[in-house]
Write a protein that binds this ligand. Structure first.
Ligand code: NAD
Length: 346
């Protein structure tokens, strides 16, 4: 029996995601996802919001990230296992689903490992476009793993960065990142220490992975006027910045209820003031107010960003061959005759 079209769910495999991104162009995809995120952040109040649901283990974390705007529902399954790279596996992998709230039927199933890197970079650069000092040209990129090239290209495309200064405790990671960024219109400077990487940088991105309270930046390394894009501290017990930096910074977050559990600010009192990025985007709160201010985006990754990315992909694949129809919903001719359908399939 052939399922009807309404029961077939478009599935975007890793291979199709890669072809789609090549078809559109990496920087254009990042910029377009950022536009979708910005428009969804501007209607923040129309979303169901909840901190993501984690399952922690000594090995890492597995999380579900759901949200809905009342018309569509989306969730992402994502893991975070810093020890994985030593076993030849990714630290972060993900897949996600979009569904129609009216019928409850899924409307898209997709890989989200690549999509997460794209949406994280899109979110970082979108926030950077609001908070980074005007005329910024140089970014320090500390942690040169899977996310790093996406971050560099996003800041080039959206914030006018022309130079990236790379540092990783693993020199092979820096060499990989530098090689991947060749010919992409960026001046790439591999560095031997984090201190060297931040020299002359107006934007500092930290994107390391370690399941501990790490100190990637100490207080004396951060001068006035910089924007810090802190990506890697995104779990209880997993942070990147010395708390003195937080006390000198204006802190911007996605969703405080989640960031206070997972972000850099887990080191601060629960009532330490933070500004929500959606309010900056809607003009209800101020972003950077002077040239000497240190702005800190305490990024953990929020479900609405994945929802935006899922909706972007759903539209982007329409009329293309970059997906397969997946027979994942039972579709009996008589909706109540599920058993009959099973028996007739014998
Ligand atoms: P990855 O494992 O591929 O890369 C991490 C890199 O950090 C590695 O190359 C490692 O050598 C380096 N590193 C570890 N400790 C370091 C240190 N002290 N100094 C310099 N470099 C160091 O991981 P990834 O996929 O690139 O992700 C990086 C981090 O970002 C992870 O912690 C992940 O959980 C987080 N992340 C956050 C978001 C978000 O939305 N905020 C999204 C995706 C990933």
């Amino acid at each position: 029996m052939q399922p009807s079209d309404k029961a077939l769910v478009p599935f975007v495999s890793v291979d199709n995601m890669m072809q789609l991104v090549h078809h559109i162009g990496v920087e254009r995809v990042i910029t377009e996802i950022a536009a979708q995120i910005e428009s969804d952040f501007k209607r923040w109040e129309s979303f169901d919001k909840t901190p993501r649901i984690p399952a922690h283990s000594p090995h890492g974390v597995i999380e579900l990230m759901p949200t809905s705007d009342g018309e569509a529902y989306g969730f992402k399954y994502v893991n975070g296992h810093p020890k994985n790279t030593s076993e030849g596996l990714q630290t972060v992998t993900a897949f996600g689903l979009l569904a129609d709230v009216y019928t409850g039927y899924p409307t898209l199933l997709t890989e989200m490992t690549i999509l997460t890197a794209l949406r994280t970079a899109a979110t970082s650069a979108l926030v950077g476009s609001y908070l980074a000092p005007k005329g910024a040209t140089t970014m320090a990129m500390i942690g040169n793993g899977a996310q790093s090239e996406f971050q560099c290209l996003a800041f080039k495309a959206m914030c006018g960065i022309d130079t990236v200064r790379l540092y990783d405790i693993d020199a092979n990671a820096t060499a990989k990142c530098a090689a991947n960024l060749q010919g992409k219109g960026l001046t790439v400077v591999p560095c031997k220490t984090a201190e060297e990487a931040i020299e002359g940088a107006q934007i500092i991105t930290t994107c390391t992975a370690d399941k501990k309270y790490a100190t990637i930046l100490t207080d004396n390394m951060v001068g006035p006027g910089v924007h810090i894009n802190a990506i890697g501290g995104d779990c209880p017990g997993k942070t990147e910045l010395h708390s003195d930096i937080l006390l000198r910074s204006e802190i911007f977050v996605e969703y405080p209820e989640q960031t206070r559990i997972e972000g850099e600010i887990q080191a601060l009192d629960d009532d330490h003031p933070v500004t929500e990025m959606w309010q900056v985007m809607t003009g209800q709160a101020k972003g950077r107010t002077d040239d000497r201010q240190i702005t800190l985006f305490d990024s953990v990754g929020f479900a609405i960003e994945d929802f935006s990315a899922l909706r972007y992909i759903k539209t982007a694949i329409e009329g293309t061959e970059f997906f397969e129809p997946l027979d994942m919903l039972a579709d009996p001719d008589d909706p109540r005759d599920l058993y009959g359908m099973l028996m007739r399939a014998k």
